[in-house]
Design a protein around this ligand. Structure first.
Ligand code: HEM
Length: 401
């Protein structure tokens, strides 16, 4: 998937605000001294999966135990809940080891991150949804595995499940016993483990992939950069006020999330500078369109356009172009709407300045933009609050065709 030449990679990196794209041809060059672990083996995470979870999921799938596990886990929701009864002994033992915060988790930073998420929620949901969500469709491995896994056939349901992760992460008590994020992350880790066993059995996935097993640690880092690193960069670009402590706290919540998803600490960036360096190495060089990604982007934007956000589909397309660059917009074949493009590019910066109290001048179309960002936030929040249980379930098969 090393499909962009270096000059293109650099210009796309700049367009996405992901500075200093590294040479895609180079081997793993990110130093583990820059990780939360502070040291490591230096092994390429391209070939690291989840040795604690994956064999367990193979055995559960092969023994037909997954439906019973899903049923037992349905009511397991809050971080402080006891593990559900009726789980196979090995799974219960595994969850007892991993269903907790790492020793380096800092409750003060996590509380600050929760508060930051609340203060900036409209921008965050908008950037996660229209920025990261659509960017995932030009991350070839992610697009192909999402498309060919069973959930790819029902993107509305899958998007709702994915929202759960973002929603649970953004709650004030996300990491506390009353919150749900630790459980959601652990369920997601199990889902990923199952997918590593299932997707290699899909002839459709095998026909389009460059991997023997999907969702490596490197792939998870790529997705993190398309979420956290990208969102912070855009907030900085847009001059949304963020203190250094806010930024550090935001990173910390992602560090803990990555740990809970099973990424070894030696790959989890310690600082934003280290995260940006890693992102330049793993994310920017691999972005590319695929038939699967094009289909997913159309489905996701179609679903968003179904909600009344007070804007046209042309506006939505141009907003995606604004956030993700015209190059990505062209890859996704998003039709141009030049009037909407001009509106977005001139009013959005003024909208942010006014909304953040940095300018007394209210743009004439303030309320349209305000309804748009609030509508997107509500889209996320409603998905989260419409159910009291995390709907994430372990799959037992792949998308048929
Ligand atoms: C499932 C989040 C990385 C592929 C899920 C689910 C969540 C999630 C919440 C459960 C929802 C569902 O079942 O649909 C994340 C996060 C990631 C990450 C937060 C990184 C920060 C990746 C990567 C890939 C991937 C790198 C592939 C390259 C999948 C697939 C499913 C899944 C195929 C299963 C969908 C199904 O059941 O059909 N992920 N994921 N994920 N994820 Fe991830």
């Amino acid at each position: 998937m090393r499909n962009l030449d270096r000059r293109k990679v650099l210009s796309l990196g700049v367009a996405l605000g992901l500075v200093g794209a590294a040479d895609p041809a180079k081997a793993w060059a990110w130093a583990s001294k820059d990780s939360v672990a502070g040291s490591g083996t230096g092994a390429d995470p391209e070939y690291v999966w989840d040795s604690a979870t994956d064999p367990l999921m193979v055995s559960l799938l092969q023994n037909g135990q997954v439906p019973a596990v899903n049923a037992a886990m349905a009511g397991w929701v809050n971080n402080g809940d006891a593990l559900p009864s009726g789980l196979p002994a090995e799974l219960a033992a595994h969850l007892r080891t991993v269903n907790k915060l790492p020793p380096w988790a800092d409750p003060v930073k996590l509380a600050r991150a929760a508060d930051f998420n609340r203060r900036k929620d409209t921008y965050l949901f908008m950037l996660y949804g229209l920025g990261s969500g659509i960017m995932s469709t030009v991350i070839p491995r992610e697009a192909r595995s999402v498309y060919w896994s069973v959930g790819g056939a029902d993107m509305k349901d899958r998007a709702a499940k994915t929202f759960t992760f973002g929603y649970d992460l953004s709650q004030l008590d996300a990491f506390k016993p009353t919150g749900q994020f630790v459980v959601t992350a652990n369920k997601t880790r199990l889902v990923h483990g199952a997918v590593r066993h299932l997707l290699p059995q899909s002839p459709h996935w095998r026909a389009v992939t460059d991997q023997s097993v999907p969702i490596s640690a490197a792939d998870i880092l790529v997705t993190f950069h398309s979420l956290g690193t990208f969102v912070r960069r855009r907030l900085l670009d847009w001059k949304v006020p963020m203190s250094a402590a806010d930024q550090e706290a935001f990173l910390h919540s992602w560090q803990v999330a990555l740990h809970l998803l099973g990424v070894p600490d030696e790959y989890i960036p310690k600082t934003w500078a280290a995260a940006e360096a890693q992102s330049a190495q793993v994310l920017t060089p691999i972005l590319a369109p695929t038939p699967e990604g094009l289909d997913l982007a159309e489905v996701l934007l179609g679903l968003t356009a179904e909600i009344d956000l007070g804007v046209t589909r042309g506006f939505l397309n141009e907003f995606v172009r604004y956030v993700l660059s015209n190059e990505v917009g062209d890859w996704l074949k998003l039709p141009r709407d030049y009037a909407a493009a001009a509106l977005v590019r001139t009013v959005w910066p003024a909208f942010i300045l006014f909304r953040e109290g940095l300018s007394p001048v209210m743009p004439g179309t303030f309320y349209m933009f305000d309804q748009f960002v609030r509508g997107l936030a509500m889209l996320f929040l409603n998905k989260g609050s419409s159910s009291t249980t995390t709907p994430i379930t372990i799959p037992t098969g792949n998308r048929p065709a």
